[in-house]
Design a binder for this molecule. Structure first.
Ligand code: SF4
Length: 317
């Protein structure tokens, strides 16, 4: 039971979170092409008993006991290098961890949400993140590379049922891969589906570390900007996860710092960038310099011009 508990680690989504690994390394129902912890070593879609939840609870409490007050986590996050709902004891574990008084988050790939026992186990969590990369069968097969018994329609139905009754904070996470699920038509279909789910936040991400398969190319800034706009048009509260912990809510008064920080979370329309420029006393030259240094990118889409923090290799606008 080594490496069962780690952190706290900082993240924009969860603040400070104490991580819990309730699954042996890389036991998963998917073998996502973009997986950043390597190819799945053991695939399964049936649930199993892995670790004793009481022993995990003890390890978490031991860790909490040695943390300073300032290190107290905002969440205990069940986020293993595999799929947490494969753990038959997940529901018991969530309840035990909640006895610490700290909210519990579970990050799931959603593949088992068609099972009532899995939905019940997640129901007592305070925060659940469900993976929703696509609703297209062929895209799902090539991106998520599911275990052979899984069916996309069942999973989508499971997500809908869960979202109807879950009372905690529900977020979705969509990982965009170039030329697979970053096309406008599939993003519109996905946004329709997410609109039915009504997540608190719909996160759009792109692989930022070397993926499991070399032919996987992260979606670029243009695709992310378009995806963001499509999600917004479906009234989804949307944020980007591109590897930078931007903070759209705090202003330093420095144009380039604030622009980089805000556009790490969402693209900014040109009018808003000009507004920030006026507020911080910056000039057009400052903006042009950032474009030419490659720190931000400019994207034209549907009669509007957007700016987004650069996260791929440096390039001119
Ligand atoms: S669901 Fe997560 S852990 Fe499993 S293969 Fe996909 S990215 Fe990796």
């Amino acid at each position: 039971m080594e490496h069962i508990v780690y952190g706290p680690v900082p993240s924009r989504r969860l603040g400070k979170s104490l991580g819990v690994n309730n699954i042996p390394h890389k036991v998963c129902s998917y073998s996502c092409a973009y997986c950043q912890v390597g190819k799945a070593v053991s695939m399964q879609a049936g649930r199993s008993v892995f670790y004793n939840p009481s022993e995990i609870e003890i390890k978490v409490k031991e860790r909490l006991a040695v943390l300073k007050l300032s290190e107290k986590p905002d969440y205990i996050a069940i986020v293993p290098d595999g799929e947490p709902t494969l753990d038959l004891n997940l529901g018991i574990l969530v309840k035990k961890l909640k006895s610490t008084g700290i909210p519990v988050a579970v990050i799931t790939n959603s593949s088992l949400l068609d099972r009532e026992d899995v939905r019940m186990d997640l129901m007592s969590a305070d925060y659940v993140s469900v993976k929703a990369d696509t609703i297209d069968y062929d895209q799902w097969r090539s991106i998520n590379r599911p275990y052979k018994t899984l069916e996309l329609e069942d999973i989508l139905t499971g997500i809908r049922i869960f979202s109807d009754s879950f009372k905690g904070k529900l977020v979705t996470e969509t990982m965009l891969v170039k030329h697979i699920n970053d096309q406008e038509n599939s993003l519109n279909s996905l946004a329709d589906f997410l609109g039915q789910i009504g997540p608190d936040i719909a996160y759009i991400a792109t692989p930022t570390r070397p993926p499991a398969f070399e032919n996987i190319i992260p979606a670029d800034e243009r695709a992310l900007t378009i995806a963001f706009e499509i999600f917004k048009r479906h009234h989804l509260n949307t944020e980007l996860l591109t590897g930078y912990e931007g903070n759209q809510f705090s202003s330093t008064g420095n144009f380039s710092t604030d622009l980089l920080s805000i556009t790490a979370v969402h693209p900014m329309r040109e009018e808003a960038v000009f507004g920030l420029m006026r507020k911080t006393g910056a000039s057009q030259d400052d903006l042009i310099q950032m474009l030419y240094s490659g720190s931000i990118r400019r994207v034209d889409f549907d009669d509007h011009r957007y700016y987004l923090r650069s996260f791929s290799k440096k390039s001119n606008p």
